[in-house]
Every structure is written in structure tokens, then in C-alpha cells.
Design a protein around this ligand. Structure first.
Ligand SMILES: [Zn+2]
Length: 158
């Protein structure tokens, strides 16, 4: 793998995509460093798929846990997908922060955030299990335990 290419791609994307509101400089370093670590650990084809999506990273004190959303501008004829990962400040301080980041990156690579039709029983199960399977293949810990995952099978928003 070409290290310089990864650093260039990362820098191009990060300066364009990351918005951190009111984050301390040291937490900002952790945020940036963690994304870099996860992307470095991924196979190149999956990393390219992530960069092609150019997801926005929005980090605020109190908004969201970690989600990916689809933003549609008006009019709908000009529907444009915008990938966004929201991260609340305190998530950065969790021990498992890197696993959370890997899980959210996996959703982007899989395209789960673009799925339409709203949650149905089993759909979020497939997405969450799939994201964990993928991030685990890069060497990160799963975010969903068996119990939490089993709940998703019957309750879409559990
Ligand atoms: Zn998820």
C-alpha cells in the first residue's frame, strides 16, 4: 500500500468533510487520529469506496450518537445523497470509540445509510450485523452483542 497516497486522500477528504463544534483540541486530535487508524487498517478497495462517498463527519456536544443519514435537498427532482456520520462529543472519550468509528465506516462502505423504505423488522438487524461483520474483518470489536442484535430481529428500532 502507498502510504503517501493514503495520507493525501485522507487529508483531502478530512479538510473538506470534518466539522467539529466546540471540541477541545486534544479530542479533535483523537477524532482525526481514530478515523485515520481505521482507514489505514482497511483493504484498499473498501477504503476507496468510503472516500468515493465523501461522508461528512459532524461532531457536536449533544447531537446524535453515531448515525448515517441521507439528506435530500429540495426539489426532490435533484435528489442528491449526502452521507453524514454524527458523533456526540462524549463518544470520543469511550474506550470503544475506535470500534464505533469502524462500525459507522462499515455502514458507509456497505451503503446501508442509503437504504430507503424505513425500518422493517429484520432490516436493521441485517445492517447492524453486516456492519459488525465488516468492521470485525478489519480487526475491530463488534458494537452489537448477541442480545441487542436478537432484539433488532423483531423490533426494528430497538
Ligand atoms: Zn450501526
Amino acid at each position: 500500500m502507498d502510504d503517501d497516497k493514503l495520507k493525501d486522500d485522507f487529508h483531502d477528504w478530512w479538510t473538506d468533510a470534518a466539522r467539529a463544534v466546540g471540541l477541545s483540541p486534544s479530542d479533535y486530535d483523537v477524532l482525526q487520529g481514530t478515523f485515520f487508524k481505521v482507514l489505514s487498517a482497511m483493504p484498499e478497495t473498501e477504503r476507496e469506496a468510503f472516500f468515493e462517498n465523501r461522508p461528512h463527519i459532524i461532531c457536536t456536544p449533544d447531537y446524535g450518537f453515531a448515525l448515517c443519514i441521507w439528506v435530500a435537498p429540495w426539489p426532490r427532482d435533484d435528489l442528491i445523497p449526502v452521507s453524514v456520520i454524527f458523533l456526540r462529543h462524549d463518544v470520543i472519550k469511550h474506550k470503544s470509540f475506535i470500534d464505533t468509528v469502524a462500525h459507522e465506516i462499515a455502514h458507509i462502505v456497505r451503503g446501508d445509510h442509503k437504504a430507503s423504505g424505513g425500518p422493517e423488522p429484520g432490516v436493521s438487524y441485517e445492517h447492524e450485523k453486516g456492519a459488525d461483520d465488516l468492521s470485525e474483518s478489519w480487526g475491530f470489536k463488534r458494537c452489537y452483542g448477541k442480545t441487542k442484535l436478537a432484539k433488532l430481529k423483531s423490533h426494528p428500532r430497538a
